[in-house]
Every structure is written in C-alpha cells, then in structure tokens.
Ligand binder design. Sequence first.
Ligand SMILES: [Ca+2]
Ligand SMILES: [Ca+2]
Ligand SMILES: [Ca+2]
Ligand SMILES: [Ca+2]
Length: 211
Amino acid sequence: MGSWGWNVRPRSGNRPLPIPPPADFTCEGKVDGHDFLICQTNYPCTQGATKRMGDATADGAVNGADFLIWQTWFPYHTADFDGSGAADANDYFIWRLHYATQTGTGLADGDADHSGIIDYADFLLWLGQMGPNYSPPADFNGDGKVDGADWLIWQNNLGKWPNGGATKADGDANGDGKVDGLDLLEWQRWYPYPPIPHPESNGPVTPPPHP
Ligand SMILES: [Ca+2]
Ligand SMILES: [Ca+2]
Ligand SMILES: [Ca+2]
Ligand SMILES: [Ca+2]
C-alpha cells in the first residue's frame, strides 16, 4: 500500500491515482465496459486470480460475485483528482482551474469522465460524489450556492465574534469561530458557485477512444 494521506495540490506530471474502486480492474479511476470485459475474459477462475484479472471480492476467484460488484459500481468515474482518497473541495478547485484555462486533459487535471476535455460534465460527476446537497464552506445560508446573499451575511456579522463562537451560518467559512477577512477570502475563492457553464466547443477536443 502506498501512502494515501498526502494533501498537496497537484502539479502536472507523475502523480499517484486515487484509490480505485474494487471493480476498477484496470485501476485508472473508472468502472466501465472495459472492466466488464476483463471479468468476462477470465471467467470462470477458481484460484489465483488478482484484481487486475477481474477479482473484485479479493477471494482469488473470478465468479458471479465479481460481476455483481461491477454492476454495483458501473458507471463510475472518480472525481478525486488529487488522490486524497475522496472527492473534496480541493478537487473542485483543480477542476475549476483547468476548466477556466482549458489546459488540462488528464484525470489529475479534473477530467473525471476521461473525455479528453475538462468540461461541465466533470463538475457534475464531482458534485455527484459530494452529494446533491453539498454546501460549500462559504455558503452561509445553506442554499447550495455561494452568491451575494452569503456575502451580505458575512458583511452583517463582520467582527461580531472577536473571541470566537461564530458558526458557518454566521459567516465563518474557515471554522475558526470568527467572522473576518479570512472568511471573505474564502467567499471570494468560491464565488460564484455553482460555476457558470460555458460552451465547451473552445477546448481541446479529440477525445481518446473509449474501450
Ligand atoms: Ca480529493
Ligand atoms: Ca471530461
Ligand atoms: Ca448561499
Ligand atoms: Ca472565520
């Protein structure tokens, strides 16, 4: 096992991939038809099988149980772009950076669906893994958006808790119990959220062939 605990922002280049789901036999961050084919090719196998051969249950066999696991996961595209072990806020900022600049292409740059382009579909996959009710740290009124209403909450409460005690609903985005300039910075980091979709036609195209 490697160390999955690193928490650094990624750079382009060599980076370990996120923890792959049990049915991701090719270990590239997605569960798709290619993984099914691997399972099918090696079925039936009663001993000595590995995950790369289609053994999702780690019992050394490739059998019906592995197909069921594949079914449970399919279709899956991880949105854990930084390899932290889970989709989280840092992954969102990785996606947004490359979405804005149109420079990334790989999973580590935010291409969750491996389409060869960083687009809004990748954001939706990330959001799906955060949960439909995800509320960013700067979403003070909890409506799932970071907008002017949240900014007003921050402004109205600025400086009211010099010794701590403020909550997210009061305008404390960074969890230090105060409402101050750091929380405004966090609001600015997120605003606007959800991100505004833009036409995808100006990005790098030519998606790689899918298995
Ligand atoms: Ca992550
Ligand atoms: Ca994509
Ligand atoms: Ca809000
Ligand atoms: Ca704060």
